[in-house]
Design a protein around this ligand. Structure first.
Ligand code: TYD
Length: 217
């Protein structure tokens, strides 16, 4: 089973990923936690280029192809082999990040991006996508706090320094994607207290496991 975690900066994706991993482990699964960008060795090198604030003059298309190169290698080297070996893969960001950030955020054509994602992944789609949704101002202030705690200057992110409007477009884009594919997406209200966010995530995972068990996917 392949589960992705999506959302704007500071939405709590990596906390949700760890929570789901613990839940699955307790039920005898063998989850693999990974992320984009940077889930494979090529990606770790690309990550420093992609996320380097000083390279903010990178063109939108050049940026896109770096994310796609990372994804193609990550699928081939990490995700596919793990799925073939029967592991459950939990990926922090995947194809929907490209649609939300490069599509809705940067304004690249979403149909073009869908085809590009398809080429990069060989058609691999998550069975479940947990979209952690919260207002942009909340997400950015959480991300800012985390960066200060970790001593990172404006995160490693080129995206933290984007306008509020950019992040609003990304958030709205994610919600539009979720509307288009309600059977794959579970929209999690990340403004709720942590226990409630956890409950929402785990019940979505249980429902997906149930559908799988009944052979509906
Ligand atoms: P990262 O530091 O991993 O942020 P986060 O903790 O929010 O995941 O930075 C990843 C950044 O890259 C994030 O701002 C989203 C962006 N991104 C894209 O624009 N397109 C993509 O396809 C992916 C995978 C990420």
């Amino acid at each position: 089973m392949f589960i992705s975690f999506e959302g704007i900066e500071g939405a709590g994706k990596s906390t949700a990923q760890r929570l789901v991993a613990d839940f699955l482990q307790a039920r005898g699964h063998d989850p693999l936690l990974t992320r984009e960008p940077g889930g494979c060795s090529l990606g770790r090198n690309l990550r420093s280029i992609l996320l380097d604030a000083r390279l903010s003059r990178l063109s939108g298309r050049a940026e896109l192809y770096l994310f796609l190169a990372d994804r193609a290698q990550h699928v081939a080297e990490v995700i596919r082999p793990a799925l073939d070996a029967g592991q459950t893969v939990l990926c922090d960001r995947f194809t929907d990040s490209t649609l939300a950030y490069q599509g809705y955020g940067r304004g690249l054509d979403t149909e073009y991006l869908r085809n590009a994602n398809e080429t990069a992944t060989g058609g691999l789609t998550p069975e479940l996508t947990l979209l952690l949704d919260l207002p942009v101002a909340d997400g950015l202030s959480r991300a800012g706090r985390r960066n200060r705690e970790e001593g990172t200057v404006i995160s490693e992110g080129r995206f933290d320094s984007e306008s509020l409007d950019f992040h609003e477009r990304v958030r709205r884009g994610y919600l539009a994607l979720a509307d288009e594919e309600p059977q794959r997406f579970a929209v999690i209200d990340a403004t709720e207290p942590p226990e409630d966010v956890a409950m929402q995530c785990l019940s979505a995972v249980e429902a997906a496991l149930g559908r799988r068990g009944r052979g509906l996917e």
